[in-house]
Design a protein around this ligand. Structure first.
Ligand SMILES: [Zn+2]
Length: 195
């Protein structure tokens, strides 16, 4: 396996990484940065594990994109509202929400599942300053790639209600994106959140 060595942009400490991870974390100064042509520091949060979490622990990186919506026009038949409309509090046509997207390489079905799950019900957690020795999955998706996929998450969620004739015209703006490391444990069924 190829070892990558980079220097922390904040304190110059060498960081070694064995996996193909686009995100580098400096243990010395708790800086996370992304190597994508240049060296950019990335805003991040590390979520605390549930105290009763059992089994092998792992952190999965997500891009959390704070996004604004403007609904230009909509028509709903069958009495169901768009999820998007449900998220926008107050019944107006503008609003904001957090869109979650896994930054780890995974199958499209898993990507769909985790992005829609956490976007529909944002995870709640206490934060911590470091990983506490817990392994983290490598990130393969850059901030730009995640931003371009934000629309995909919304479209995927809307498409989950078949058989209802709906039309929705909206615009989406990603205002900022940060990395959130969410806690998981390995179970028989696969990775399970340990929030
Ligand atoms: Zn550093």
């Amino acid at each position: 396996m190829r070892v990558v060595q980079v220097k922390c942009p904040s304190c110059n400490t060498p960081i070694y990484s064995k996996e193909r991870d686009r995100l580098f974390f400096c243990d010395k100064c708790n800086t996370l940065h992304v190597r994508d042509g240049g060296t950019d520091k990335v805003e991040y949060e590390i979520a605390e594990f549930n105290k009763s979490a059992q089994g092998e622990k792992v952190y999965m990186p997500f891009w959390r994109m704070y996004s604004s919506f403007v609904i230009r026009s909509k028509s709903v038949e069958g009495g169901q509202l768009f999820r998007l409309a449900n998220w926008l509090k107050g019944g107006g046509d503008t609003g904001s929400l957090f869109i979650y997207l896994p930054a780890t390489d995974m199958e499209p079905s898993a990507l769909k599942y985790w992005s829609t799950t956490f976007t529909a019900t944002p995870p709640r957690y206490a934060t911590r300053l470091n990983f506490g020795g817990v392994r983290r999955l490598p990130a393969s998706m850059t901030k730009d790639e995640a931003t371009q996929m934000a629309d995909f998450v919304v479209v995927t969620m809307e498409a989950e209600k078949p058989g209802v004739l709906q039309r929705l015209d909206y615009s989406l703006t990603v205002n900022d994106a940060k990395v959130v490391y969410l806690p998981f444990v390995y179970a028989q069924s696969g990775l399970v959140p340990a929030l």
